[in-house]
Design a protein around this ligand. Structure first.
Ligand code: SAH
Ligand code: SF4
Length: 348
């Protein structure tokens, strides 16, 4: 067992063993990282060319009834400033976004009971009616079969629900007792079955995570084959129990992006804001390591700083138009082009 063979397997489309993946992540050299990066970038380009898809992120609520230990929006965080957007505010974000070329809107928020199925379906169907050519992505946490189904029928196309970690023991250390990995995974299979393009994903470097855990995440992705996969470094938030824990690293996140691209070539893989937060060129590096999506912020500028999942989040000061201009330039500088396209999942 050595990294050379593991990398060879990844390039051939063979799924390595868990121990091989763990060893690779633990001991990869800079030459091997570059080799993997090159293969992943080539693979991404064979599917998407030099095109990067954009998703307009609308952070609809900072209220959350859950208490995930890592997250600044957790309900126990009494210092969090809470806001929520109503239908008119969300539609106005979409209007701005549409004018700027966005054809996917991602409505993300804490698990806020204000958004009952009736309210949420009302919002989704209104966006659907105004923007029939756009994809609607939801990222609103766990809601149960009936709710997911109604949202799908109201016109939502995609759902992001990261599994966070595929190891049940590790999951239980990151979440209160009331949350289980089993429910997460069942939700992901339910979403897929309903017909959503479904996004799983995990944090890199979350407290107590081992390289074996990350290998389990990779194997879970290669088994579930989600249409999307969101990964980014864990970043501490000062008002959470993990406030003093170290952040995940740029290097490991980049290697993981490359491995995921090779394990599941058609996956829609964002270069995340968290990656851009831990390194000034993080999002560019993510694309160069095999990612193909960026998610500029379309949230109203006055609320951005209050959607605080982790400390020092970037792009909380700008208007949407500035964000897209900045990202277009960043992508152009590395030879990529942002496109106006729904950017749906396509099986290769
Ligand atoms: N409430 C929804 C959506 C908002 S949270 C949900 O939980 O699915 C979106 C993602 O932010 C989470 O899936 C998690 O992976 C990420 N996140 C939360 N806190 C974070 C932190 N401290 N560092 C990095 N990512 C974090
Ligand atoms: Fe709520 Fe999502 Fe944060 Fe968990 S990760 S506390 S569900 S916003």
């Amino acid at each position: 067992m050595d990294n050379f063979n593991t990398i060879k397997k990844l390039k051939n489309g063979t799924v390595p063993e868990k121990q091989e993946l763990a060893l690779l992540l633990r001991t990869i050299t800079s030459e091997q990282t570059e080799d993997l990066r090159h293969a992943a970038q080539e693979k991404a380009q064979s599917v998407f060319g030099n095109k990067v898809y954009i998703r307009g992120l609308i952070e609809i609520s900072s209220y959350c009834k859950k208490d995930c230990l890592y997250c600044g929006l957790r309900r126990s965080n009494k210092n969090a400033v809470r806001y929520r957007l109503d239908k008119a505010q969300i539609l106005s974000c979409c209007e701005t976004g549409y004018r700027l070329g966005f054809r996917t809107f991602v409505l993300q928020g804490g698990e806020d009971p204000y958004y009952t199925d009736d309210i949420m379906c009302g919002i989704v169907s209104e966006i659907r009616r105004h923007y029939p050519d756009c994809a609607i992505t939801l990222s609103l946490g766990e809601r149960g079969y009936e709710s997911f189904k109604r949202l799908y029928e109201a016109g939502a196309d995609r759902y992001l629900l990261r599994h966070e970690t595929a190891n049940a023991e590790h999951y239980s250390r990151l979440h209160p007792k009331s949350m289980t990995l089993r429910t997460r995974i069942e939700s992901l299979y339910t979403l897929k079955e309903i017909g959503f393009q479904t996004g799983a994903g995990f944090m890199v470097g979350s407290p107590w995570q081992t390289y074996e855990n990350l290998a389990e995440d990779l194997l879970f992705i290669s088994e579930l084959k989600p249409q999307m996969c969101g990964i980014g470094p864990f970043i501490p938030h000062k008002d959470t129990p993990f406030g003093n824990k170290p952040a995940g690293t740029l290097e490991t996140t980049l290697v993981l992006l490359s491995v995921i691209r090779l394990l599941h070539p058609p996956v829609l893989l964002p270069s995340t804001t968290a990656l851009g937060t831990i390194h000034p060129k993080g999002r560019e590096l993510g694309i160069l390591h095999g990612a193909n999506v960026v998610m500029p912020n379309l949230s109203p500028a006055e609320h951005r700083k209050d959607y605080s999942l982790y400390d020092n989040k970037i792009c909380t000061g700008e208007e949407a138009a500035e964000c897209i201009r900045c990202l277009s330039l960043r992508m152009k500088n590395i030879g990529y082009e942002i496109v106006t396209d729904r950017g749906d999942f396509k099986q290769t």
